[in-house]
Design a protein. Structure first.
Length: 153
């Protein structure tokens, strides 16, 4: 039994300790916004926040999050920051196929949170370089992150 906080609520999962967090989120809690991409922590589609830091859930054993705070894209979208990112994503027409978007948004939220000042396009592209987009919407992503940060200031 693994106990942790999920999107602000205390939860328990009766699963094997080595079960990847991604599958616990998707199958046990039916939070399907977090996507399976590569299964090797290389693409970013499975990104969630663990105690506020973006982490790849596809390789994170659920036992490693015992007692920690997990935020998925579903939880983030209930916040002011999530709503600002969603609006910016729509305004910049970021989503094409949409598969990578939840991971992109989770990373973008962290980039904005950790920024020490106004973000430039280049900073955003650098900070988000670990999130892959097969559709190649990196310029739209960068514009959306910059705009979301401005909206939140």
């Amino acid at each position: 039994m693994v106990n942790f906080n999920l999107n602000g609520a205390a939860v328990s999962a009766d699963v094997a300790d080595d079960t990847p967090l991604l599958w616990v989120l998707r199958e046990h809690f039916e939070l399907t916004g977090t996507k399976f991409g590569c299964g090797m922590a290389q693409c970013g589609a499975c990104t969630v926040h663990i105690d506020g830091d973006p982490q790849r859930s596809c390789v994170m054993p659920v036992s490693a999050v015992s007692g920690k705070n997990i935020t998925t894209v579903e939880g983030l979208m209930k916040t002011e920051q999530g709503k600002a990112l969603e609006k910016a994503w729509i305004d910049e027409q970021v989503a094409q196929c949409g598969y990578c978007q939840s991971g992109q948004i989770m990373t973008a939220a962290s980039v904005i949170q950790k920024a020490k000042g106004p973000l430039s396009r280049e900073e955003v592209l650098n900070e988000m370089s670990g999130n892959l987009c097969r559709c190649g919407t990196y310029n739209q992503v960068a514009a959306a992150v910059v705009n979301a940060q401005k909206a939140l200031s």
